[in-house]
Design a protein around this ligand. Structure first.
Ligand SMILES: *Cc1c(COP(=O)(O)O)cnc(C)c1O
Length: 511
């Protein structure tokens, strides 16, 4: 039979074929197949005993995390000589893997939850979220549509409403969870592109997306997160960075000027990403001013509040999102500062039509009877598959309550203030780009050159007692001190200050 001829096996033929295989074909032996000793992957007893070992390992890790060097002392490629060059041919014991962890994996871990970790921004963690993730992994459903696992969609709708209420977001927002803030920026950008394309098509039915793309331009501040660049690269349109003011804040006047210049070049501004809590200095763009411009100019306003968004759970910080009524979409990361482990990003949009437009692909096998009454979250994201992420939020809300989350945020902000106090009372240092200090403090050596500040940071990180990362802002090399760990207490900030003090003294007497 030539391979080009398609051939349908009828039930009878199928029966004959399997009969022949079983009876005659020596290589296909039913009894052998049944006896093959494949280990039971979903053995509940194994889950209990191995799970206990794993939990004990993590619990011991949390207990000792403070005593571990926050940065590992290894070089790139360290792991290869420690592991076999091939995957094991024969199965191994779970306990053996656990025994190997310290000498292999743990040697190369940067301890993000160490109380001596002050780099980047925090990433959340809690026993509540970890336990919820065990359930998510145990159920292991793929909740791309309502019918694909109803509680997955329904819990998400509910906890996103809880979250919106806890942050006091405007009621008109419809919500969805995402993996990351970067994904949220990308999908809203695609939705905004779909919106402007629909609008332009009404004016000119012959316009193609290809032609339009040449004219579309995205705005963000020069302080926006790199994920905005990435999103525009993927979508294939131009981007213009609006120059922020001396405090790193993007203002309406600069946006307006850019729009005038770009419209004169026949470009079409259609999307602005404003940031509440920039990554470098935690600056807050003026969304009330920017929002008015966006409204007048038919520009979709997306807010990236990846880090700072969690602070809005405290009423005293809500003034920071003044102007939220102008916003078309808003996202923040509970996985940064709300006790939820990675990944869990929340996003709200005013009008979901354009999401459905941008992503609606409807093959028959994904259709179901409830499409019009329940959201199918696959239309809100790039991948089809979707984890049961809302469990983490649900557990965290229930274990800590809104009051507990507020306490945690406020404590971090108080610890940051303690650090500011140290810096301000030492003549060698200065606070730079002071905006609303949440848990991030930016500082540097007063009158110190970039080179000197770079040396200070290098010495601190080579010392490895604490870990900070720098930032280059408006030509200045600055040090960022972010309160990150749930475990960080006053004594740790005191200790960090002692380390910084000691290393600075050493550095300044040398130079
Ligand atoms: C951390 C951060 C991001 C990236 O978040 P992911 O969830 O890792 O994509 C985006 N924007 C800002 C302002 C951030 O601080």
């Amino acid at each position: 039979m030539s391979p080009a001829i398609t051939y349908t096996v009828t039930a009878f033929e199928h029966w004959i074929l399997s009969y022949l295989y079983v009876k005659i074909m020596p290589s296909f032996n039913r009894s052998v197949l049944l006896e093959l000793p494949i280990p039971a992957t979903m053995d509940p007893d194994q889950l209990m005993s191995c799970g206990q070992m794993m939990l004990k390992f993590v619990a011991d890790y949390w207990k000792t995390i403070e005593n571990r060097s926050v940065l590992p002392s290894i070089q790139p490629g360290y792991l290869r000589p420690l592991l076999p060059s091939h995957a094991p041919e024969k199965p191994e014991q779970f306990s053996q893997i656990i025994n190997d962890l310290e000498s292999t994996i743990m040697r190369g871990v940067t301890h993000w939850h160490s109380p001596h970790f002050y780099a980047y921004f925090p990433t959340g963690n809690s026993y509540a979220a970890v336990c919820a993730d065990i359930l998510s992994a145990g159920i292991a459903c793929i909740g791309f549509s309502w019918i694909a696992s109803p509680s997955c969609t329904e819990l998400e709708v509910i906890v996103m409403d809880w979250l919106a209420q806890a942050l006091d977001l405007p009621e008109f927002f419809l919500s969805t969870g995402n993996g990351t803030a970067s994904e949220a920026t990308l999908v809203t950008l695609l939705a905004a592109r779909s919106k402007i394309f629909c609008q332009m098509q009404k004016k000119d039915p012959n316009i193609t997306l290809g032609k339009l793309l040449d004219q579309l331009i995205v705005y963000c501040s020069d302080q926006a997160h790199s994920s905005v660049d990435k999103a525009t690269l993927i979508v294939g349109c131009k981007i213009r960075k609006i120059v922020s003011d001396d405090n790193c804040v993007m203002k309406a006047a600069q946006l307006k000027q850019a729009i005038i210049e770009d419209r004169a070049k026949n470009l079409i501004p259609f999307f602005l990403v404003a940031t509440l809590g920039t990554t470098a200095t935690c600056a807050f763009d003026d969304i009330a001013g920017l929002g008015k411009v966006c409204q007048d100019e038919n520009i979709w306003l997306h807010i990236d509040a990846a880090y700072a968004g969690s602070a809005f759970i405290c009423p005293e910080y809500r003034y920071l999102f003044d102007g939220i009524e102008y916003v078309d979409s808003f996202s923040f990361n509970p996985h940064k500062w709300m006790l939820v482990n990675f990944d869990c990003s929340a996003m709200w949009v005013k009008d979901r039509t354009y999401f459905i437009n941008a992503f609606n692909v409807d093959p028959l096998y994904l259709k179901h009877d409830y499409q019009n009454v329940a959201p199918d979250y696959r239309h809100w994201q790039i991948p089809l598959g979707r984890r049961f992420r809302s469990l983490k939020l649900w557990f965290v809300f229930r274990i800590h309550g809104i009051s507990g989350i507020r306490k945690y945020i406020r404590k971090h902000i108080e610890l940051a203030k303690l650090f500011i106090n140290y810096i301000e009372n030492d003549k060698r240092f200065e606070i730079v780009f002071p905006s609303t200090t949440l848990g991030l403090v930016c500082f540097c050596l007063k009158n110190g050159s970039n080179e000197l500040n770079e040396k200070l940071l290098k010495s601190l990180n080579e010392d490895k007692r604490i870990y900070l990362v720098p930032s280059m802002v408006k030509g200045r090399f600055i040090l960022r001190f972010a309160i990150c760990s749930y475990l960080t207490e006053v004594k740790h900030v005191d200790y960090a200050w002692t380390v910084i003090n000691e290393i600075t003294t050493k550095l300044l007497t040398k130079t």
